[in-house]
Design a protein around this ligand. Structure first.
Ligand code: AMP
Length: 372
């Protein structure tokens, strides 16, 4: 999950789909458990925000029930206003029925107050309130809320039915208002020998970005015989990938060393789906994101020739043996190439022709870079 931009504001991931599902399921079970055995409740969803919650809740509610919706809103922009608007909806006779209100979120309690006022005159058997989210810090009423899914701090949230000026309702997760990203972060992508390192060296000068090459960090550790180096060496020598956990932790340490950077050029990372997910989560937690993946596209034959050539002078043991090189391609094709789809799905994939002179390729990259 990465950060979202809705209108002029940025939001970062806050509550996952899986957590929401668990909360909703638990609420539905609690409500069912507390009802008399043959009671058929009328669930009343408060639109618009509750539509996803209500839909999921009633699917988890194991028993007969009726469902209705009313509309009544109190939001403008990101702050709760005091003007609760009109109620539209309820046509059925609720006399002597158990009415259970489904709310997506209760903060000041103004809407809730309005609901209690309206239902007071309906001669219902009982009125209960279920709220998926609750902001205890801003709740100012003495009104009962029977079931609360999750209490959260007073920060504006969107997603899973909740909006910011109309947008954001369709996301299956909850996002929280965040600051505007300060960095521009690029993943420089491509198979071994595509020229990522060479290009990164030019780009970091041009843009004053921090360049992190995980391969270089591993080699530095090997040279200095650190524990990390010893561990990485046995994988690197074979042309295998170093395990994700080790690589991800190392990457985080490198990023944390440069918290004031204008941005990062990630070179050789991510190389697996779980690295990509970890990077997204790590950056979005800071309100930052990957702006784009720039991929150097080069045919494999050209690459093998380039790597063997580089091996004559680079001193890299993984560059001299063709079978190790082929293994690196195998790792690339089975574990890394799929990241094209991962970034493409976020509209962040930019393929560049990686064959040509170094200057021409730098130019091609920077043309994309400037648009990100
Ligand atoms: P490179 O310098 O990017 O070609 O990386 C050289 C070697 O370092 C790779 O073949 C891997 O063994 C290891 N390595 C570098 N980056 C990663 C990564 N993101 N995940 C796993 N292994 C890596």
């Amino acid at each position: 999950m990465s950060i979202l931009k809705l209108h002029d504001l940025y939001f970062k991931p806050f509550i996952s789909k899986a957590e929401i599902h668990a909360i909703v399921k638990h609420l539905a079970q609690q409500v069912k458990h507390d009802l008399p055995k043959n009671e058929v409740p009328v669930f009343v969803g408060i639109l618009n925000g509750c539509f996803l919650f209500a839909a999921d809740f009633i699917r988890e509610f194991n028993g007969d029930c009726e469902v209705s919706f009313v509309k009544l809103a109190s939001y403008e922009g990101t702050s709760s206003t005091n003007n609760v608007k009109e109620l539209v909806g309820i046509n059925e006779d609720l006399t002597n029925r158990t009415v259970i209100i489904l709310e997506d979120i209760i903060d000041t309690g103004n809407t809730l107050q309005e609901i209690y006022n309206i239902f007071r005159n309906q001669n219902v058997k009982q009125l209960k309130v279920v709220s998926l989210f609750f902001k205890p810090d801003v709740f100012r009423k003495e009104l009962p809320i029977d079931y609360i899914g999750k209490s959260i701090e007073d920060k504006f949230i969107v997603g899973y039915g909740l909006d910011y000026n109309g947008l954001g309702r369709n996301y299956p997760e909850i996002y929280q208002l965040s600051t505007t990203p300060k960095m521009k972060n690029i993943v420089l992508f491509g198979p071994p020998g595509a020229g990522k390192g060479t290009q990164a060296n030019f780009l970091k000068e041009m843009y004053q970005f921090v360049h992190i090459s995980t391969g270089d960090v591993f080699r530095f550790n090997i040279k200095n015989s650190t524990e990390l180096g010893l561990l990485a060496k046995k994988y690197m020598d074979e042309g295998d990938l170093v395990p994700d956990e080790v690589t991800i932790n190392m990457l985080k340490v490198e990023v944390e060393k440069n918290t004031n950077a204008n941005g990062f050029i990630f070179d050789g990372f991510p190389r697996t789906q779980s690295q990509a997910e970890a990077l997204d989560a790590f950056l979005s937690d800071k309100g930052e994101q990957i702006n784009g993946m720039i991929a150097l596209e080069v045919p494999e034959d050209v690459l093998v020739t380039r790597l063997l050539e580089r091996g004559k002078t680079s001193g890299r043991t993984d560059d001299t043996d063709e079978s190790k090189i082929r293994n690196r391609f195998k790792e690339y094709n089975t574990k890394t190439a799929i990241l094209k789809d991962y970034f493409d799905a976020q509209n962040k994939y930019y393929g560049i022709n990686g064959v040509g002179s170094i200057e021409d390729i730098t130019k091609r990259i920077s043309e994309v870079f400037d648009t990100l």
